[in-house]
Design a protein around this ligand. Structure first.
Ligand code: SF4
Length: 702
């Protein structure tokens, strides 16, 4: 029988597993030698005290016995613990040797959208000032780049929600495109449910009848990869029905005439054929959305991770713009970010083409502003690099020979995952910063232990664009160091200590505020003191007196002429999309499950979450299985042009008969990204995870 607790400690923190950033309290109780934990949500403006199963079990990975407690060096294929001084010495020697032999750009930096704003900012500065390399990109390239590119083009600004979540409650129509909130951001679902209770009509666009789609008033179960065409169908019905907002278009929109002319040439029956959605359903969705006085469109990876993902999102923005559903309460766009700092991590300069404040690395004025903050001349600032997957290609070709990798696991997360693994093996020197020896860290020469969400400190920006503060609630585990400290330590041994002499995360934030001042993502008016008092502030916040900007576009858009831009979007992608054929007769699409986060490095180290989903699986319609001689719960072989995997089949009638679905959280032979091709969106360089042609075969013939 458990003894009554003789000690109780309460830690306040924030869940690390998605962009809702639910605030939580972890209560630790000591019962003699035993320790137990309770987790409860804390009331706050976004999650309102709610938590999902991931948040309730997040602490399990933070206290896992396999967590790294000190730096490890690979010696003769074995990991040996070494001191921080020795690790930093080895890094200095190797980086200097690589840059002398192969040039500055031979060192690459690979970042993450799970780190804080301060760390994302510092990583960009580290690459450009300490390493003087143009090669930096991050794992958000695989998640958020299509929506970011689309919103920047259409509105001149890329913020997750263009209004606050409170606005969702009173929208008359909500259209969720390729987003499964119920499993990916579960604590957002009550907003949708309450909106429905308030009378909202819910449209969900998804090839699968997900838990989210089950709530829909209209579920549009389209063929994978045909989102851009569907949006053209919606536009056609809106324009031909005369449902556009003519006054809004006339005053605030550019490009409408070109889009209208393009749409007039399209035939609804062709779009119906292409998407697998009847003309009646498209018309119903278009009319309902257009006639509603207020409405919002949500997009996520389902529409974005395609070879025309950025154009497909732009086309849904065309729908919003044409119907004038912007700049007003309960109207707007929501690019639902997945990673815990998916929004903030894409604003502060760890993208190949970006400087802090969402500035462009190729804009001379922007370069001069940041160079002045960093104490260098604009000429010393490296130019644009290449995207995350293209960095792997450069590693394969020997053009990148060293890499500093922070809190990412590209060996599992990238398409052509085996190719990526081999490319990383070719590096002369790889340093990985992580909590565990991840699949990618296994390839490293050195692994540096970092702090978990309970120990780390800094700001993050949530799905809405609300900046929040997560304070450290306990000291670092073992000898683990904060990511920002690790960056500063390495900069110091490379002779750049004075440029990276921060004593805490807040010091870095003070510099970040100055760097962002006057930029699109302007954080200047946000301080730690304000965040503690106000529990989150929406950027842009250009002065200390400014209240923040929950609702964007009330007066103008952020493009030079202040108007929103509509863009002609073809039905098909410019890069050929994978389509089913005789040899590969089905669509393969990928995504998440409720219990896991990204490549599972953290959630696969949680016993409770692993108990929910311990292995990968493929969802298949029973009719499809019958055609292919496959039995439920048996292992089957999936083959694409890229390769094969063996995976257990789960029957479900919730998926299209021409489509199978595999989640992406597992490694090695269970990693579905091993069989995904490396086709990229030519605009934002997003890999096309959502559409592959595949063959399914039983391992045992029944
Ligand atoms: Fe909240 Fe997301 Fe964490 Fe779930 S995973 S508790 S929704 S932050």
């Amino acid at each position: 029988k458990r003894q009554p607790p003789n000690r109780k400690i309460v830690y306040n923190s924030q869940c690390p597993f998605c962009s809702v950033q639910c605030k939580m309290q972890l209560i630790e109780r000591k019962h003699g030698q035993e320790t137990s934990y309770d987790v409860v949500g804390i009331e706050n403006p976004t999650s309102k005290g709610r938590l999902c199963v991931k948040g309730l079990n997040a602490h399990q990975h933070a206290f896992h016995p396999d967590r790294l407690t000190q730096p490890l060096a690979k010696v003769n294929g074995k990991w040996l613990p070494i001191s921080w001084d020795e690790a930093l010495k080895q890094i200095a020697e190797n980086v200097q040797a690589i840059q002398q032999e192969d040039g500055h750009d031979a060192m690459a930096v690979y970042g993450s959208a799970s780190i804080t704003n301060e760390e994302a900012y510092l990583l960009g500065k580290f690459a450009r000032v300490a390493l003087k390399t143009r090669h930096i990109d991050y794992n958000g390239r695989l998640c958020m780049s299509a929506a970011a590119s689309a919103a920047t083009t259409a509105f001149g600004i890329d913020r997750g929600l263009t209004n606050s979540l409170e606005d969702v409650l009173f929208a008359e129509c909500l259209m969720l495109v390729g987003t499964n909130l119920a499993e990916c951001q579960p604590t957002l679902m009550p907003y949708i449910e309450q909106a429905k209770k308030n009378g909202a009509f819910l449209i969900v666009v998804d090839p699968r009848e997900t838990a989210t789609a089950q709530l829909a008033d209209l579920h549009i179960k389209l063929k994978p990869g045909t989102d851009a065409a569907l949006a053209n169908g919606l536009l056609k019905c809106i324009l031909e029905g005369g449902y556009e907002d003519a006054a809004f278009i006339q005053k605030r929109v550019e490009g409408f005439a070109e889009v209208k002319a393009h749409i007039a040439k399209l035939k609804l029956e062709n779009i119906a054929e292409q998407t697998g959605v009847s003309g009646d359903v498209i018309t119903k969705a278009a009319e309902t959305f257009a006639k509603a006085r207020t409405g919002m469109i949500f997009t996520a990876r389902g529409v974005e991770q395609q070879t025309n993902g950025s154009m497909a999102v732009r086309n849904f923005l065309n729908v919003l713009i044409a119907t004038g559903k912007l700049g007003k309460h309960s109207c707007g766009f929501a690019a639902v970010t997945g990673q815990s700092n998916g929004q903030g991590a894409r604003e502060h300069g760890q993208k190949a083409d970006q400087l802090p404040g969402y500035r462009s690395i190729e804009n001379e004025e922007h370069r001069a502003h940041i160079a002045a903050i960093w104490g260098i001349s604009p000429e010393q600032l490296p130019r644009k690099g290449v995207s995350a997957f293209e960095m792997m290609k450069k590693a394969d070709k020997g053009e990148i020979t060293g890499m500093f990798l922070m809190c990412s696991n590209p060996v599992v997360s990238h398409p052509q995952a085996d190719f990526v693994k081999n490319a990383l093996k070719k590096l002369k020197f790889l340093v990985a910063v992580d909590l565990f020896v991840s699949e990618t860290a296994q390839l490293a020469d050195l692994i540096l232990p970092s702090t978990s969400y309970l120990e780390d400190e800094g700001t993050m920006t949530n799905v809405e664009g609300r900046v929040t503060l997560r304070e450290a609630s306990m000291p670092p585990y073992g000898e683990a160091r904060h990511d920002w400290q690790i960056i500063c330590n390495i900069a110091a041994v490379l002779g750049k200590g004075t440029d990276f002499s921060y004593s805490c995360a807040e010091d870095i934030f003070t510099e970040l505020r100055m760097a962002s001042k006057g930029g699109i993502a302007d954080y200047y008016g946000i301080t730690y003191e304000r965040l503690r008092k106000e529990k989150g502030i929406f950027w842009p916040c250009p002065s200390l007196e400014h209240p923040g900007t929950p609702l964007l576009f009330t007066d103008c858009f952020y493009r030079p002429n202040k108007k929103a831009l509509m863009t002609v979007v073809p039905n098909d992608a410019p890069v050929p999309k994978e389509k089913p054929s005789r040899d590969y007769p089905l669509y393969l699409t990928t995504g998440r499950v409720l219990a896991h986060y990204l490549t599972g490095v953290q959630t696969r180290n949680s016993a409770s979450l692993m108990a929910r989903n311990f292995e990968s699986f493929v969802e298949m319609h029973p009719e499809t299985a019958k055609k292919h001689g496959i039995a439920d719960r048996t292992l089957i072989k999936l083959t694409t042009k890229q390769g094969s995997m063996i995976v257990r089949c789960h029957f479900t009638e919730t998926i299209r008969e021409d489509t199978v679905f595999v989640p992406f959280h597992w490694s090695g032979k269970q990693n579905v990204n091993r069989i995904i091709t490396g086709n990229l969106d030519p605009d934002c360089r997003m890999p096309a995870f959502k559409v592959s042609a595949v063959r399914a075969e039983p391992l045992v013939v029944h």
